[in-house]
Design a protein around this ligand. Structure first.
Ligand SMILES: [Mg+2]
Length: 306
């Protein structure tokens, strides 16, 4: 049975500049299992080479660039497929510039077809230039919708979503957001996985991520299995705030190592929320991977009047 894995990076593989415990063994087991996998990240700043080098420094050397798919590559794929002759004014870093360059999308500061907003530092001058390009008719595209990104366990920095929101406010135009959870990101990632299998069909595809709004939502909407890991941005107590729920909830990817080694999928397929609901309904709760705090937290009633 072939399973393809799409694996988010920040909060799943590493946090800050440290590997999450158990990731080395998980990746070894995944490589030995021969199942295809792609690291799927909304960070449009690095190139696949940068990411491979970064993993090498963290203790996971030797990953080929074909194992990485970023929101920058997604933006470049999108533009080259839908509007190959377009030009772009870019707010972003090396990963985005390189991806557009590779797809022969020219940089244009005079009359671009698109303003493309990615992750990274931005100056007031670049924002003003982007603003006037949009006012003159350029379409506004963002590589990903993330408003902020973690830089340490306590600090964050503004993300591409925040920069795009600035331009939406100043121009009155709505941006189009690629990256997770956009279906085009998953469509292309699925294609990449399929290329790795040499044409043989995949029985299932699993998205492993730490963020409900991007990884889990996008995975569900693309018809994939979704595994939420609690090693990153989501606390189990917040799960009940979401309409959509992951197929499984794991403490980290280390929970998957044994079943990858044995080739036997775990029977613990219920998320805690589901198990909780079943227990309340008087039905036997399924086994589940995490036995952390109660997932259905009490909710204050909305005020009756404003
Ligand atoms: Mg993440």
């Amino acid at each position: 049975m072939k399973t393809g894995y799409l694996i988010d990076m920040d909060g799943v593989i590493y946090r800050e500049s440290q590997l999450i415990p158990g990731v080395t063994e998980f990746m070894e087991a995944l490589l030995i299992s021969g199942q295809p996998f792609v690291f799927l990240t909304n960070n449009s700043a690095p190139t696949p080479d940068d990411l491979s080098v970064r993993l090498g420094h963290l203790g996971l050397p030797g990953f080929s660039i074909r194992h990485f798919y970023t929101s920058a590559l997604n933006a470049a794929d999108f533009l080259s497929e839908t509007h190959p002759a377009c030009t772009a004014f870019v707010i972003g870093e090396g990963g985005l510039l390189a991806a557009l360059h590779e797809r022969k999308i020219a940089n244009d500061t005079i009359n671009p077809s698109y303003v493309v907003v990615g992750e990274g530092a931005v100056s007031g001058e670049r924002l003003a230039k982007a603003h006037s390009c949009v006012e003159r008719g350029a379409r506004l595209l963002a590589t990903n919708p993330d408003n902020w990104c973690p830089v340490s366990s306590v600090d964050t920095r503004p993300g591409a979503g925040a920069t795009a929101a600035f331009l939406e406010a100043s121009t009155g135009r709505r941006a189009y957001y690629l990256g997770k959870p956009n279906g085009y990101m998953f469509h292309r990632a699925r294609q990449k996985l399929q290329e790795m299998t040499g044409g043989s069909a995949l029985n299932q595809i699993v998205m492993i991520g730490d963020t409900m709004e991007t990884d889990i939502r996008g995975g569900i909407e693309a018809g994939l299995q979704t595994y939420l890991v609690l090693s990153g941005s989501t606390q189990v107590d917040n799960l009940s705030d979401y309409v959509y729920q992951p197929t499984r909830v794991l403490k980290s990817v280390a929970d998957l190592t044994e079943e990858l080694r044995s080739g036997k999928p775990s029977d613990r397929l219920d998320s805690p929320v589901y198990a909780q609901v079943m227990r309340r309904a008087g039905k036997p709760g399924g086994k589940y991977q995490t036995d952390t705090a109660r997932a259905l937290k009490p909710r204050p009633r909305a005020p009756m009047t404003r």
